[in-house]
Ligand binder design. Structure first.
Ligand code: FES
Ligand code: FES
Length: 162
C-alpha cells in the first residue's frame, strides 16, 4: 500500500509517496538520496544505518518511515556547512578514525550525539566506547575512533563546533 508522507531530513521537508512498510533506511537511501546512510545487517546489530532522530541516535533500518513524520531526522550530510567538514568529521580524518569508511557515517552520528550533548568537563574513553557500542567497525580496532572523538570534544571546548 502506498501513502503520502512528509519527512524532515537535515532541515529540508520532503513530500514523498512511500510504501507503508518502507523503513526509514530505505526511504533515505532510495528516495531522498542520503546514501551516506549505509545498509548492512538490517537487524539493528551493526549501526551502519545510524541517523539522529530529534538528536538521538537510532537504527534507521528498524524504524518505519511513516512513523517519523514530525520528527527531525539528521544524517551526516547535515553536519556539513557547504563544502566545509564539521569539526567532528575533520577529527576523524586527522586521527585516521576511518579506513574503508563503511561504518563511518553511522559512527559519526553516534559520536555527534555524544559530544554535542556532553556537558561535563571530562569525557572518558569509557564514555566514548559506551556511546559507540552499537556501531561496529571491522577495520580500525576502535583506538583511532576514540582518539577522533576525543579530538572533537577538544574542538567543541575550544568553541569550534556547530
Ligand atoms: S543496517 Fe541497521 S543496524 Fe545494521
Ligand atoms: S572503517 Fe571499515 S568498517 Fe569501520
Amino acid at each position: 500500500m502506498k501513502m503520502q508522507v512528509q519527512l524532515n531530513v537535515n532541515d529540508t521537508t520532503h513530500q514523498l509517496e512511500i510504501d507503508a512498510n518502507a523503513t526509514l533506511l530505505e526511504v533515505l537511501r532510495n528516495l531522498t538520496r542520503h546514501q551516506s546512510v549505509h545498509r548492512s545487517c538490517e537487524e539493528g546489530e551493526c549501526g551502519a544505518c545510524t541517523v539522529l532522530m530529534d538528536g538521538q541516535p537510532v537504527n534507521s533500518c528498524l524504524i518505519l518511515a511513516a512513523s517519523v513524520q514530525g520528527n527531525r531526522i539528521m544524517t551526516v550530510e547535515g553536519l556539513m556547512k557547504g563544502d566545509t567538514l564539521h569539526p567532528l568529521m575533520k577529527a576523524f580524518t586527522d586521527e585516521l578514525g576511518l579506513q574503508c569508511g563503511f561504518c563511518t557515517p553511522g559512527m559519526v552520528m553516534s559520536a555527534y550525539a555524544l559530544v554535542n550533548q556532553w556537558e561535563e568537563e571530562v569525557l572518558s574513553d569509557m564514555d566514548i566506547r559506551k556511546a559507540i557500542e552499537g556501531n561496529l567497525c571491522r577495520c580500525t580496532g576502535y583506538v583511532n575512533i576514540v582518539k577522533s572523538i576525543r579530538r572533537a570534544k577538544a574542538a567543541k571546548d575550544a568553541g569550534n563546533w556547530w
